[in-house]
Design a protein around this ligand. Structure first.
Ligand code: MN
Length: 293
């Protein structure tokens, strides 16, 4: 396959929670339909460190939450309330708009560690009503020296039951030291992010805090874990409909963002209330003028 590219993820914070933002980065906005990838933590829960995320809006994207440690309660303006634990998938499809919060389920010790990703919705679903799905039972397939849990799309002999608006794949890899050759879809570009441990891919060491981009064209990727490793492999068909991202919104124009902003501030449908004790996140108005080149 073509040479992979290694880039640093960017350190950021979501409230008190330290994250490593692997997407978007300056050099790369998307991998397939995936347009956002935060590696959350590892953070330690304390009495004064709950890592709650207060109610905030989304449009035009699916949020994919995947935990390795800890827990979260998802609440949204559809009335959903769902605890998520490691190995489970929360998938919220924002469509024309939704408000959600992610709250500590009462944990005061231990760790929060995981991922939150976004998938840009295609034209066919991005104007639809919002939806929320939880999947506690996902297929796990054996790979050489490890186990892959398929939370989105199809990988090896496993197919996730989760709704898929785009042609994407998302897999958690748990690898023991040694080589693992895994089959991948040649039409897809992929990204590999390591949560703990180290994976050498095509001679390049991928550790937490960096992201490896694998261009389309290969039907197999050779991964060698040098220690017990947990990683995420995501992929998808490269976008042919470039998307615009601003704040928590994915769309095609700033006019759309301005409309969504006004509705959220006005608490108009579909940006209704969330059953949360936390105050809504204050929105920043989108720029009204876009410099075009
Ligand atoms: Mn969110």
């Amino acid at each position: 396959m073509s040479t992979p590219q290694l880039s640093p993820a960017r350190d950021a914070r979501v409230g008190d929670l330290p994250v490593r933002r692997a997407l978007p980065t300056r050099g790369r906005r998307t991998v397939g339909g995936w347009c956002f990838l935060d590696h959350l933590g590892t953070a330690t829960y304390r009495e004064d460190r709950r890592y709650d995320v207060a109610p905030h809006p989304h449009i035009g994207l699916q949020t994919v939450t995947w935990l390795l440690e800890g827990g979260m309660v998802h609440r949204d303006s559809l009335g959903s309330e769902q605890l998520i634990r490691p190995g489970q998938l929360n998938l919220m499809s924002a469509g024309s708009g939704v408000v959600h919060a992610e709250e500590n389920p009462g944990l005061r010790s231990g760790h929060l560690h995981g991922f939150q990703l976004w998938i840009a919705q295609p034209e066919g679903t991005r104007h639809a009503h919002a939806a929320f799905d939880h999947h506690a039972d996902l297929p796990a397939v054996e790979v050489t020296n490890g186990l892959a849990t398929v939370f989105m799309g199809q990988f090896a002999h496993g197919t996730s039951p989760a709704r898929r608006d785009r042609d994407v794949v998302g897999v958690e890899l748990r690898l023991s030291p040694g080589p693992s050759a895994v089959a991948i879809e040649p039409r897809f570009e992929h990204a590999l992010v390591v949560a703990t441990g180290e994976i050498v891919v095509e001679g390049m060491a991928v550790t937490p805090g960096s992201v490896a981009y694998l261009p389309p064209g290969g039907d197999e990727v050779a991964l060698t874990a040098t220690e017990d490793t947990v990683a995420l492999l995501i992929g998808g068909a490269p976008l042919d409909d470039p998307v615009l991202m601003w704040w928590n919104f994915v769309g095609r124009s700033f006019e759309e963002f301005a409309t969504a902003y006004k509705s959220y501030v006005g608490r108009d449908e579909p940006f209704g209330d969330v059953n949360s004790s936390l105050a809504r996140v204050e929105a920043v108005p989108p720029p009204t003028f876009i410099e075009r080149h």
